[in-house]
Design a protein around this ligand. Structure first.
Ligand code: SAH
Length: 356
């Protein structure tokens, strides 16, 4: 398979051998087509010499994703199933809540974390995504907003959250490269403040993140306050101790000067006791964190249930009483299985409200 041109940062594109001997503005034109215009066919790059387009197309691929399915939820959330060049599939989501649209993107095909409450866990990890495959999800979603805009957003910059399929810190080199492209002013030019990496917190990955310090927001998904309870819901991430993951996340928050987020899924009878709320408040107590409480979204298998409203509010109260900012987060797109924890590799048999 050819390498993806969009796996390269603009400076690397300027250095590709195919541009040798050409005037320097050719690199700038190419970079503009690749990222700002976001085109998917060489023939669209009209101001480039035909010969350059021909040699480029022999060496690089411009597109890696094909829309297999596009679903639109009653609440406006849009979910995309993309087919990759090797036939594997991933999902990405546009969530239209808040002041800006949020793009939820995947970092791996499948996931190795095996969390009890998450559908992506089924089927395990297939492979890492390449930087270009990560970047292209954003371009595809951006294009969808141009073709079919939400009336209330104009052309606002999206928020980008690495909260789709996969564990981003297990694919750190490619995720780091995708961040460089996304934040680059000649790349997608998205501000670091609009970007969140969500992780289950492998110690080695958090250490790499701290070292690289890309300045984006960090969310640590907890699922348990003690090593033992965390291993029950998040068996693989549970191999890093809770305290160690929290300490490393706090260190990153200090370096990036942004509060980090602790994400807590509320599962009836498992993660919603007042005792756990107290322990979570203690973990979050050093000023480095806010807490997002996510009532569990239902899966179409298994027995886990979301907490009831009373328990959710009581859990939140324990945190806020202790001075911890705690927000209840509703996930969009439940009717099309686009909510947190509902993404998976294969389209399921029956899909409502299909569009396009
Ligand atoms: N592997 C990364 C990113 C993917 S999960 C991580 O663990 O953070 C993204 C978020 O979705 C996590 O905070 C996770 O706790 C949440 N999540 C997963 N399944 C869920 C479900 N069924 N209901 C609600 N939130 C869920």
């Amino acid at each position: 398979m050819k390498p993806l041109l969009r796996s390269l940062v603009p400076e690397q594109i300027a250095q590709i051998p195919e541009l040798k001997g050409l005037p320097t503005f050719r690199a700038a034109q190419l970079v503009n087509w690749v990222f700002e215009q976001g085109v998917f066919q060489w023939q669209q790059m009209k101001n480039l010499p035909q010969q350059l387009r021909d040699t480029m197309s022999e060496v690089y691929d411009l597109g890696a994703l094909e829309v297999e399915t596009r679903l639109v939820s009653e609440d406006g959330t849009r979910k995309f199933l993309f087919k990759l060049r090797d036939g594997q599939t991933i999902e990405s989501v546009i969530i239209p809540m808040g002041d800006h649209p949020t793009f939820c993107i995947s970092s791996q095909v499948g996931c190795a974390m095996a969390c009890s409450f998450c559908a992506t866990a089924r089927g395990g990890l297939v492979r890492h995504l390449e930087p270009g495959e990560i970047v292209e999800q954003i371009l595809m979603l951006r294009r969808d907003l141009i073709d079919d805009p939400y009336p209330h957003f104009d052309d606002r910059q999206p928020n980008v959250v690495y909260m789709g399929m996969g564990e981003p810190l297990d694919n750190w080199d490619n995720v780091e490269q995708s961040l460089s492209i996304i934040m680059h002013n000649e790349g997608l030019n998205i501000s670091r403040r609009r970007i969140q990496i969500s992780t289950s917190g492998p110690a080695s990955g958090l250490q790499q993140l701290i070292k690289s310090n890309p300045g984006v927001g960090l969310t640590l998904s907890l699922g348990g306050t003690t090593d033992e309870s965390r291993k029950r819901t998040m068996p693989v991430p549970g191999r890093t101790g809770v305290q160690e993951a929290v300490d490393l996340s706090a260190a990153y928050a200090r370096n990036s000067r942004l509060k980090a987020t602790l994400a807590w899924v509320l599962i009836a009878g498992q993660t919603d006791s007042p005792e756990q709320a107290k322990q979570l408040a203690a973990l979050a107590s050093r000023g480095a964190f806010k807490v997002n409480l996510i009532p569990m979204n239902r899966l179409d298998y298994g027995k886990l249930e979301p907490s009831n409203l009373e328990n959710i509010l009581a859990f939140q109260n324990v945190l806020t009483d202790k001075g911890i900012p705690a927000f209840i987060r509703a996930s969009g797109g439940q009717d099309i299985a686009a909510a947190c924890g509902q993404l998976r590799r294969r389209r399921q048999a029956k899909e409502p409200s299909q569009k396009k």
